[in-house]
Design a binder for this molecule. Structure first.
Ligand code: G3P
Ligand code: MG
Length: 228
């Protein structure tokens, strides 16, 4: 029998609070989740912020703004979220939303910030961009990496990329998770973390398959994994 899955609020508690905000992250913990998934982007001046979209709500692209121009907007700094996680014990899935194949100082800054807050053992990095994870592997190999994907790739491609990145986990869209995928992951010693899981029957199906983590928008739906 596998251990109970780790439960993470997707961008916090987005049905109750604005996504990717400290109030939403704290609400996820207060509801009984283990932590949160969050998205990291970089401003023009290099500041790392927690935000899903390329633009602010007013349409201005984040990568054209400096930290001082951000002030009236409710966009947390990555450093503030890491400080919160360090105080509360929250587990974090830090998704690198760095566009394109270009690898520059973005990954290094993220890794440094995680190390500065002493969170190496309570963070897993993930990204849809394998090159960003590859850079993380080189910069800070001890920090766990999760391969994020949402297409049904041939089953031999996933392990090839996973080995290249030396991942600790696969992060497929929940609809891609089935017995054969779980077998591939087990053979490699990888965990499987599912996103975005928002209904109780799916929580139950994935728990039976033995996923290690569930990422979703609704705490009560995720918590049903503990009452099966
Ligand atoms: O990390 C899982 C999920 O957050 C990936 O998609 O667009 O919600 O960041 P998205
Ligand atoms: Mg995300």
């Amino acid at each position: 029998m596998s251990a109970a899955p780790l439960l993470l609020g997707h961008r916090g508690t987005p049905r109750r609070h604005r996504e990717n905000t400290l109030i939403g992250f704290q609400a996820a913990l207060d509801a009984g989740l283990d932590g949160v998934e969050l998205d990291v982007r970089r401003l023009l001046d290099g500041t790392l912020v927690v935000h899903h979209d390329l633009e602010l709500l007013d349409g201005r692209p984040l990568n054209t703004l400096t930290r001082s121009q951000l002030e009236p907007h409710p966009v947390p700094l990555l450093a503030d979220v890491l400080a919160w996680a360090s105080q509360t014990g929250a587990y974090l899935n830090v998704e690198l939303k760095f566009e394109g194949a270009q690898v520059d100082d973005r990954v290094a800054r993220t890794c440094q910030a995680i190390r500065q807050h002493g969170l190496q053992r309570r963070v897993i990095l993930s990204s849809f961009q394998p090159l960003q994870l590859r850079a993380a592997r080189q910069l800070m190999p001890e920090l766990e990496r999760g391969l994020l994907y949402h297409r049904r790739y041939p089953l031999d491609l996933v392990p090839r990329v996973g080995r290249w990145l030396d991942v600790a986990a696969l992060h497929p869209h929940h609809s891609l998770i089935d017995g054969p995928l779980m077998d591939v992951a087990r053979r490699h010693g990888w965990r499987v973390n599912a996103w975005t899981v928002n209904d109780v029957p799916e929580v139950s199906r994935l728990s039976r398959l033995g996923v290690a983590g569930l990422i979703g928008d609704v705490p009560d739906v995720l918590l049903s994994a503990r009452t099966r």
